[in-house]
Write a protein that binds this ligand. Structure first.
Ligand code: FAD
Length: 338
């Protein structure tokens, strides 16, 4: 006999939305998270605003009301905490799932919590909604673990009147560089390619390029970081080495999802795309009864699935569990279609 019908790994917005769908369908459900609820949002830059409107981030039909159109990080944290209470979602925080194995008709889910120790929960079906932020993409250069080097950007205040180097060519690097400059830091952005990624937000790119053109933010394109030392970053520009002053270093080179749970239980992961083998209609993996939801569905490309569309994944999974046909795909906002 299973403890629950459905166990969801990950209390991000998509895992919570799946739990609400399952509860509404009468399934006994539990959600486990290795950290706090919506911990990914808790780790966003402190003062960031969502690009989605509040309505497109809402789950379970619970209205998400903010004074403007785009919520802040704090608005979202408060909203998702309220959703857990409102829908009475059984949630075990700070309990990391360490492995999933087949057991009879269902699964034995092994987890570990600092205060409650190790535990096994038996579930009829499992959803892996562990998100994209498994581990940072490390540069793997000497000095990357020094205390003045960050892989997550929070806010620019600490860097006022300091020399900083931002490494990366994606949206996070551009936004961090701009925010640091606006906080009074002397900023140089280093990227190994000749330009930014194509997927940079359309309103961020001109802001950055104008700051670079006027010389407010320094740039070193086609340059690779060789080593980081207290007070400096040494780069290879192709024409030789250059030492940039750096009181703080922000390595904004993205994250890689952790697929170990899925791999260990036998789900093949495409080595190129990082996508776990699954049926796109039901989100069931090649292991019957084991599903994926949220940004995990997109593999290495976190720009395909986000809260706006991942919040509906639970409906597909519940339809499959109840033997019903899958609901239609939702429409995304114009900003995300770019
Ligand atoms: C700065 C920023 C702004 C963004 N703005 C928007 C926006 O405006 N609109 C939008 O739609 N999207 C936005 N996104 C993207 C959005 O945050 C992600 O798409 C979303 O968080 C994915 O939700 P998820 O539930 O799939 O995973 P996550 O939110 O990443 O949640 C995964 C959860 O799983 C937990 N977990 C991981 N491994 C385990 C384990 N082994 N055991 C237990 N728990 C585990 C983690 O602790 C985490 O809480 C933004 C992202 C960033 C970084």
């Amino acid at each position: 006999m299973s403890d629950v019908d459905l166990l969801i790994v990950g209390a991000g917005p998509c895992g919570l939305a799946a739990a609400i769908s399952a509860q509404k369908a009468g399934l006994r459900t539990v959600v486990l998270d290795g950290g706090a609820v919506v911990s990914t949002i808790a780790h966003y830059p402190t003062y960031v605003r969502f690009f989605s409107t509040a309505e497109k981030l809402s789950i379970g039909g619970l209205p998400f009301i903010v004074a403007g159109d785009k919520p802040t990080r704090r608005d979202a944290l408060a909203y998702y905490r309220a959703a857990v209470h409102y829908f009475d979602i059984p949630l075990r925080q700070y309990e990391r799932v360490t492995s999933i194995e087949r057991a009879g008709d269902g699964f034995a889910v092994h987890s570990s919590s600092r205060s409650r120790g190790d535990r096994v929960t038996h579930a009829g079906a499992v959803v892996v909604a562990t998100g994209y932020f498994g581990s940072p993409n490390y540069l793997r250069v000497p000095g990357e673990d020094l205390p003045h080097v960050a892989h997550v950007y929070r806010e620019g205040h600490e860097a006022f009147d300091q020399d900083v180097v931002v490494v990366g060519g994606g949206n996070s690097a551009a936004e961090a560089a701009l925010d640091l400059w606006r906080s009074g830091a002397r900023v140089t952005l280093v990227h190994f390619l000749p330009e930014f990624d194509k997927k940079i937000k359309p309103w961020v790119l001109p802001d950055f390029l104008n700051r670079a053109k006027e010389g407010s933010i320094g740039t070193r394109w086609n340059a690779r970081v060789r080593r980081i030392e207290p007070g400096s970053v040494t780069i290879d520009t192709g024409a030789g080495e250059e030492r940039l002053p750096a009181d703080f270093v922000y390595v904004m080179t993205g994250f890689a999802p952790n697929m170990d749970l899925l791999r260990q239980v036998g789900v093949p992961i495409d080595p190129t795309t990082g996508i776990p083998a699954h049926d796109a209609t039901t989100l069931e993996t090649t292991v019957p009864g084991l599903f994926i939801a949220g940004v995990v569905v997109a593999g290495f490309d976190a720009n395909k699935v986000f809260i706006e569309n991942g919040r509906y994944h639970g409906d597909k999974i519940v339809a499959r569990l109840l033997g019903r046909s899958a609901p239609a795909e939702p429409k995304l906002s114009a900003e995300l279609d770019t």
